[in-house]
Design a protein around this ligand. Structure first.
Ligand SMILES: NC(=O)c1ccc[n+]([C@@H]2O[C@H](COP(=O)([O-])OP(=O)(O)OC[C@H]3O[C@@H](n4cnc5c(N)ncnc54)[C@H](O)[C@@H]3O)[C@@H](O)[C@H]2O)c1
Length: 397
């Protein structure tokens, strides 16, 4: 007897929505019972191609399609409203990243989920952090959880492989504006990077952010950011990101008392220390020292299945009653959003901020920028139809 099929509805048939449509068409236990876009032509064309029903309003899709799960793939400001409408109706949610634009909205969304779960304990809320499935990152997570490096002292991540051209920013009216998107690289490209940071190292308790607004593009939001973090255990972190660097770098250094890891160019190197570094620092008679350590390459199965489809399939397994962990529970989206908002709040206020951050202060800064914006978007250029969306996804290369 074949397994039950999970009925999906999709809201937002843009770049990533189309990717979801393609994925769902290949997943055996999934059926697309409705697609929704405020752009009627898009909704009609996709519904016709997929043999499903078109909707033009998310609430109509939720009420009329008979779906089990809604995938939310619209611009970020609309994520909370659609998710909360779904929770109210006992409908499972898979939300694209970021969970929301500001932590206040994300908290409202999580509260709505918790409240709905009291009525329907099996209600699921997943968030699309597909980078957690990338084999090198999954390996790093296993190593961090194992404590192999001992007490962590520093994590430094230079991730500038997020190149976006002016044509990219011009390809959607909502992109890279305070009112339409609510932020720049931290809100759009780096939710994955920030999620990975907090997944691997936990949340810092202090954030110092330095963001440059429209430095290399004609946009009103940030396109180059450096952040410094302090963690409760003493570890410090650095994050350097931009959408204006070619060729981009993706290099992570993780330093602990017992060893050091470097991930770059699809290679994970382990420098295993001959003795604990911190005790050596305190106790050695040598005034200067250098350890010559030949690194070992840690084997990683780079071909293990990864990406959006794995995240969707995991949710399906859970909905089919299997006892599996989601790749990312929806409420975990608050972590990366706190980092994003915290970095920007610190940058706006030109001082470090503590975590949990002041969500009202961030929201007020954001609303002030929306209110006083005089940025005018040039003519919006539609993206080339044949453009490969997967080129925009993060990799560990
Ligand atoms: N996980 C990933 O790797 C990944 C990659 C790209 C985008 N995203 C996220 O997906 C979301 C969408 O991004 P995109 O690049 O596909 O945007 P897009 O502009 O290409 O597409 C958005 C679509 O949503 C439609 N839309 C807007 N508001 C709507 C509403 N209220 N109801 C129904 N339809 C609506 C638009 O008409 C458009 O077709 C964003 O939050 C983005 O951060 C995630």
């Amino acid at each position: 007897m074949s397994e039950r099929v999970i009925k999906f509805g999709l809201v937002g048939i843009g770049s990533i929505g189309q990717h979801h449509v393609n994925d769902l068409s290949k997943i055996e236990n999934a059926v697309l019972v409705g697609v929704c876009d405020i752009d009627k032509e898009k909704a009609d064309a996709t519904a016709k191609a997929q043999g499903t029903t078109a909707y033009y309003d998310a609430v109509d899709l939720l009420e009329q399609s008979g779906l089990d799960v809604v995938i939310i793939a619209v611009p970020h400001y609309d994520h909370p409203f659609i998710a909360m409408e779904a929770f109210k109706r006992g409908i499972h949610v898979m939300c694209e990243k970021p969970i929301a634009v500001h932590v206040n909205a994300a908290k409202a969304m999580i509260e709505a989920y918790e409240a709905a779960k009291r009525q329907r304990p099996d209600l699921q809320f997943a968030i699309m952090f597909q980078e957690r499935t990338l084999p090198y990152y999954a390996k790093l997570k296993a190593i961090m959880d194992s404590g192999m490096l001992g007490k962590l002292t520093r994590a430094t991540w230079i991730h500038t492989r997020w190149f976006r051209s002016q044509a990219y920013y011009d390809s959607g009216g909502w992109r890279a504006t305070w009112a339409g998107e609510g932020g720049g690289i931290l809100t759009n490209q780096c939710p994955h990077t920030l999620d990975m940071y907090q997944w691997l190292f936990g949340m810092p308790d202090l954030i110092s952010g330095h963001a440059h607004i429209g430095k290399y593009h004609d946009i009103e939001v940030e396109d180059e950011v450096t952040a410094y973090f302090e963690h409760p255990g003493g570890m410090i972190g650095h994050l350097i990101v931009t959408t204006a660097e070619l060729p981009g770098t993706n290099r992570m250094e993780i330093v602990g008392d017992l060893g050091k890891l470097i991930l770059e160019n699809g290679k994970l190197l382990h420098y295993k220390y001959p003795q604990p570094m911190l005790a050596f620092t305190r106790e050695t008679d040598q005034r200067f020292a250098e350890w010559e350590i030949a690194p070992e390459e840690i084997a990683v199965n780079a071909n293990a299945p990864s990406g959006h489809r794995v995240v969707t399939e995991r949710l399906i397994e859970r909905l089919l009653g299997k006892s599996v962990d989601l790749i990312a529970e929806g409420p975990e989206g608050l972590g990366s959003l706190t980092l994003a908002n915290g970095i920007m709040l610190s940058s706006f206020q030109k001082r470090p901020v503590t975590v949990p951050i002041d969500g009202d202060a961030f929201q007020a800064e954001l609303e002030e920028r929306i209110r006083t914006s005089n940025y005018v978007k040039k003519a919006v250029q539609a993206p080339a139809a044949a453009e490969d969306m997967s080129a925009s996804f993060g990799t560990t290369k």
